[in-house]
Design a protein around this ligand. Sequence first.
Ligand SMILES: *[C@@H]1O[C@H](CO)[C@@H](O)[C@H](O)[C@H]1NC(C)=O
Ligand SMILES: *[C@@H]1O[C@H](CO)[C@@H](O)[C@H](O)[C@H]1NC(C)=O
Ligand SMILES: *[C@@H]1O[C@H](CO)[C@@H](O)[C@H](O)[C@H]1NC(C)=O
Ligand SMILES: *[C@@H]1O[C@H](CO)[C@@H](O)[C@H](O)[C@H]1NC(C)=O
Ligand SMILES: *[C@@H]1O[C@H](CO)[C@@H](O)[C@H](O)[C@H]1NC(C)=O
Length: 495
Amino acid sequence: MANLLPMLRPWLCLLAAMAAVSAPWSPADALGMNWGTQATHPLPPKIVAQLLRDNGIKKVKLFDADQETLSALAGTGIEVMVAIPNVMLDTMTDYDTAKEWVRRNVSRYNFDGGVTIKYVAVGNEPFLAAYNGTFDKVTFPALQNIQNALNEAGLGDTIKATVPLNADVYMSPKDNPVPSAGRWRTDITDLMTQMVQFLSNNSAPFTVNIYPFISLFLNDDFPVNFAFFDGDATPLVDPGTGVSYTNVFDANFDTLVAALKSVGHGDMPIVVGEVGWPTDGDKHATSAYAQRFYNGLLKRLAANAGTPARPNQYIEVYLFGLLDEDVKSVAPGNFERHWGILRYDGQPKYPMDLSGQGQNTMLVPASGVEYLPRTWCVVNTNAGSDAMEKLADNINYACTFADCTALGYGSTCGGMDSNGNASYAFNAFFQVQNQKDEACGFQGLAVPTQTDPSTATCNFTIQIATTSAAHRRPLGVALFVLAQLVLNLLLLLLH
Ligand SMILES: *[C@@H]1O[C@H](CO)[C@@H](O)[C@H](O)[C@H]1NC(C)=O
Ligand SMILES: *[C@@H]1O[C@H](CO)[C@@H](O)[C@H](O)[C@H]1NC(C)=O
Ligand SMILES: *[C@@H]1O[C@H](CO)[C@@H](O)[C@H](O)[C@H]1NC(C)=O
Ligand SMILES: *[C@@H]1O[C@H](CO)[C@@H](O)[C@H](O)[C@H]1NC(C)=O
Ligand SMILES: *[C@@H]1O[C@H](CO)[C@@H](O)[C@H](O)[C@H]1NC(C)=O
């Protein structure tokens, strides 16, 4: 093999060149992106739609069916997965409501120059074990109603309903922890069996979210190299198939293939609804790791490598996600607000080549983003020692309403002294409040400044100016006033 390679090399180059010329599809065609909007200052949809186009992204997955978002996508040719949030699943168990939803959020965009909707996501990880079965009864009826409504509207051939599920709906038994032994989680085995049958009847795909990062985050003994695609991990051999696994993505995907096979649908198309790597909020959530993860993943996707159970296949994959979201729930961990391949403002974080050729290129940043003025809010070092005693309370208060997840241990702003922490927290709050004067008070502990307090690793951000930020203002003010009252009350009680 080693001796043959030099001889083959010219041929390989020629083949590569031919592939480049005839390219049946370019990898970027096939690559999808999750566009979440749980941010205090979401980028305007028009700017995001242009950002997607500038980066050659042709598929996008949403978490709702927001009208402004869909209008921005109209006429772009970008394929869209719209979604029904979990809280709406209950109402979708009524067929007329489902029909109305399809009429208003799908059919309506089905015209020349409209939106190319390809999928409706019915819920988002509704069977997550942490939900304790809350959505077990409503999800399948909702799925049936939505697909039937699509079928009745004459859209069923091109638009498929699917349920993006967390990878915790399947697993291998503890006594045989190998992919080929994959089965559904026992509490939902019947449900999954019926649902898969229904998806199959409608030629709809199974959608799964796979997170190697979370495997690493949840288990201190997890071998770090197994989260990546470099082949450096000690192989896990599956005696059922003889396959050696060197990364958890393949092992996880193939566990799902086995679970599907166990109910007679081993060939069902699988869409990876989410996969990605965060860049802050945990010791493993770094730009360097994210770059390594995507570099490996994108190369494999571009090469149509498939997985051992489904070799040499194109896999439809949606990266998670496009942008950082500063009000995403941090229940799973502080990293939740840092999944973006781009910052909150559409600026790239690290080199990334979406074409999977491993070039050291940067993504095209968002254009036309308008920022608030270059004013920060920092701790007032001239505050008296009396006031300084209230520092911790004020930091807590700021961090209740703004994102302080970068301050933790192992994060980009970790390891600062209490003044550093205070400045970071006060600024984050000040920006969320659109730099209103009264948002940089903190009982005399804070002052505005024109000097950027950022350090080499820690970014003190300036928020973007958005119209939706303006819309949110009344709520922000109400919360601000309310919280101020609560804080004052607390301080009264304490003294
Ligand atoms: C989608 O449909 C539902 C139900 O008809 C409706 O309440 C909702 O406003 C629609 N969403 C948008 C963004 O139009
Ligand atoms: C699920 O149950 C656990 C333990 O009983 C509880 O702590 C958690 O809040 C519950 N979650 C939901 C979403 O009901
Ligand atoms: C799938 O289609 C078959 C044949 O038409 C039918 O018997 C079965 O009930 C369907 N299953 C589901 C879950 O819809
Ligand atoms: C700064 O904030 C972080 C995160 O809340 C905390 O772990 C750390 O102890 C704080 N440092 C000081 C000096 O207060
Ligand atoms: C801070 O964020 C800005 C705006 O996105 C970016 O241009 C800059 O590179 C970041 N600086 C650091 C140190 O991360």
